[in-house]
Design a protein around this ligand. Sequence first.
Ligand code: SAM
Length: 244
Amino acid sequence: MNATDVQSVPPAASPAHIQQMFDRIAPRYDAANRVMSAGVDLLWRRKAIGRLLDGLGPTPRLLDLGAGTLDGALEIARRVPGARVVAADFAREMLRAGRAKLRADGDLAARVQPQIADGHALPYADGAFDGAFSAFCVRNLADLPRAMRELRRVVRPGGRIAVLEFFRPERSRLFFDKVYNARVLPLLGWAVTGDRAAYQYLPASIAAFRSRDEYAALLREAGFAQVDARPLFPSGVASLVVAS
Ligand SMILES: C[S@@+](CC[C@H](N)C(=O)[O-])C[C@H]1O[C@@H](n2cnc3c(N)ncnc32)[C@H](O)[C@@H]1O
């Protein structure tokens, strides 16, 4: 596939297109994140993971859905020395980029397990996990209700999920939606990865996604009784949804 093909893909792109897009940008994905968010994505993950782990005990079994290059899974494993993390993603190259980070640390390598898996049909038993983390993945899921039912199924009753995402804003924000997301971000992403289409997909997929409240309602329908959804400091452009 070339960039022109991807550019013509609508925001609700097929899973195969999305998988190929992430495989393509994998080697430069982390660098693009740091530049585009000025490092704030690291703070968002830390905050979300703090909420996820609260009260889950010293040896939790956790799933990172759409784990990508493993930044979230590694943060969890570093914070809780007894945690075991399955880092699931359907893009092989994203996990490959993440695996390189495990090589330097045998303890982390023993506790973080990258696995190829599709969020629509998770290859795990009911209640296999005490909790699940997912950062910037759910917007990409073709059948979101089905994937959220899967997440509910694999997290034990009383377990927790923490989801980071860019939701569709209720009202268009002049700077973020019309200037930064629409114009600056695709240029930065293109400059760092050489892939213009992938970073045009990002704002397009945000605009086509659910709002935070709509996503919270969907989680309730999927069987999560308690759902707390709120914008994150500093800009409110990303949100954290914690549900159990
Ligand atoms: C924007 S990246 C986020 C990666 C990582 N969570 C992070 O915070 O940097 C989205 C990830 O979700 C994965 N993904 C998208 N749809 C998926 C699906 N149906 N099943 C599994 N992974 C999926 C992509 O392959 C990609 O690695």
